[in-house]
Design a protein around this ligand. Structure first.
Ligand code: C2E
Ligand code: MG
Ligand code: MG
Length: 418
């Protein structure tokens, strides 16, 4: 992402800086100085923090590093080391392109469960996959069951290819609701993969893999076309109702695909949907950096009248500058923020500030993950216009969504069967 948005020179700088932090931890290139206190703000790892022996740090792949820690002092020390590596990346890297937050995800293997060097690296790799699956900023230790997990991943990867080619996906639709009135304003299209053997697979299990393999590009195009086609058909049948919008998630890789804007234009003209009835949800990672092409494309979409939303606001970089500089229309507050507002004053204050800031910048706010009446009422009182969540409606199948469009309103506290 840094290569794409800030250029390869800055990407190289990041690799060098990351290597520096790891080398400092390993006590590799500089002589380990034991017993030294951490830096003034505790930001720099103490040199040679890992183990008593001399460590070795190496870059072994594009963005993969290996640390060999000799004479680690038992299980507790192994865990402490893994945690120290994760924490060594807590502070942003200050590069010529600006500050960059890079996270470290760590897989740990020890000679207790590995017989030779090859084994050790292979096991660390398996543990790394497990850590990545658990989310960023994690570490995991190798366990023998992980070998089965990697086989599953390989299987899933192959299956995605077939599924994309055989259009095996479906869409669920979650209503986006005007909080004060219960009216439906639009629908977010959420991709599903009903697999003949594995059952219903949710996007959390395959979107990242589809991004890695590039299949997200054809998959995302299909989602866009299908969601727009469905909405147009529902509205035609419902007649006379207030127009709704389709909200479609666009991943970073998909947005960076050179054909993306042209595809949006084609889908709109083929379907006849007014551009203002299409909302594209972008995550903060798409907006990262000062990429002129991204900026121009956002402006072009905006000029056509397409609504642009920031998805999962608060979970990524949450940079105020891009909110001011980029032509966004909607800010979607992540459900991790909505979750706490009824129980934590701090969370409530945070969401209040986000809503006020969004309004100052002329953005509409949609809260995600509303699960209780108390949350709904608080959000209304803060001035948040629209929301989504299991309290209002779960994601539903296309035919149920069509029935909702016909009636225009959700039944009181409707809970679908997504
Ligand atoms: P998202 O765009 O933030 O979508 C909201 C997710 O929260 C959905 O999960 C939705 O089912 C879930 N959700 C909605 N209301 C509630 C609630 O009240 N409580 C809780 N706990 N969850 C709620 P889902 O469908 O599993 O999608 C997960 C993520 O996968 C989406 O997060 C989105 O980032 C991604 N995704 C889904 N469809 C697509 C797609 O077509 N393209 C791309 N690129 N990403 C997609
Ligand atoms: Mg979304
Ligand atoms: Mg979201």
């Amino acid at each position: 992402m840094v290569n794409d948005s800030m250029g390869h020179t800055v990407g190289d700088e990041l690799l060098v800086a990351a290597a520096g932090r790891l080398t400092a931890l390993a006590g590799g290139s500089t002589p380990p100085s034991r017993g030294q206190a951490p830096g003034p703000h505790g930001q720099e790892p103490p040199e040679g923090a890992l183990g008593r022996g001399q460590g070795t740090a190496a870059r072994i792949g594009a963005d993969e590093f290996a640390l060999l820690v000799e004479e680690a002092d038992g299980d507790a020390a192994v865990e402490r080391h893994a945690q120290q590596i994760v924490e060594a990346f807590a502070e942003p890297f200050i590069l010529t392109g600006g500050p960059v937050i890079a996270t470290a995800t760590v897989g740990v293997a020890t000679t207790e469960d590995s017989t030779d060097a090859g084994d050790l690296v292979r096991h660390a790799d398996l543990a790394l996959y497990a850590a990545k699956a658990a989310g960023k900023r994690q570490w995991r230790r190798y366990r023998p069951v992980l070998s089965a997990g990697i086989a599953r991943r390989r299987e899933l990867k192959a299956a995605i290819e077939d599924a994309v080619n055989g259009s095996a996906f479906t869409l669920a639709y979650q209503p986006i609701v005007v909080l004060a009135t219960g009216e439906i304003a639009g629908f977010e299209a959420l991709v599903r993969w009903p697999h003949p053997r594995w059952g219903m697979i949710n996007p959390d299990q395959f979107i990242a893999l589809a991004e890695e393999t590039g299949y997200i590009v054809p998959l995302g195009s299909w989602v866009l076309r299908q969601a727009v086609t469905d909405l147009v058909a529902w509205q035609r049948h419902a007649g006379g109702r207030a127009p709704l919008y389709a909200s479609v998630n666009v991943s970073a890789r998909q947005f960076r695909d050179p054909g993306f804007v042209a595809r949006v234009r084609a889908v709109l003209s083929e379907s006849g949907l007014a551009p203002s009835r299409l909302q594209l949800e972008l995550t903060e990672s798409v907006l990262l950096g000062r990429d002129d092409r991204i900026r121009a494309e956002l402006a072009e979409l905006k000029d056509q009248g397409v609504r642009l939303a920031i998805d999962d606001f608060g979970t990524g970089y949450s940079s105020l500058s891009y909110l001011r500089e980029l032509p966004m229309d909607v800010l979607k507050i992540d459900k991790s923020f909505t979750e706490g507002i009824a129980s934590s004053q701090g969370r409530l204050a945070l969401v209040e500030v986000i809503v006020r800031m969004a309004k100052t910048l002329g953005l509409t706010v949609t809260a995600e993950g509303i699960e209780s009446e108390a949350q709904r009422e608080l959000l209304i009182s803060l001035g948040c216009e629209t929301g989504q969540g299991y309290l209002l409606a779960k994601p539903v199948a296309a035919d149920e969504a069509q029935a909702l469009v016909r009636s225009g309103l959700l039944p009181p506290l409707h809970a679908g069967t997504g």
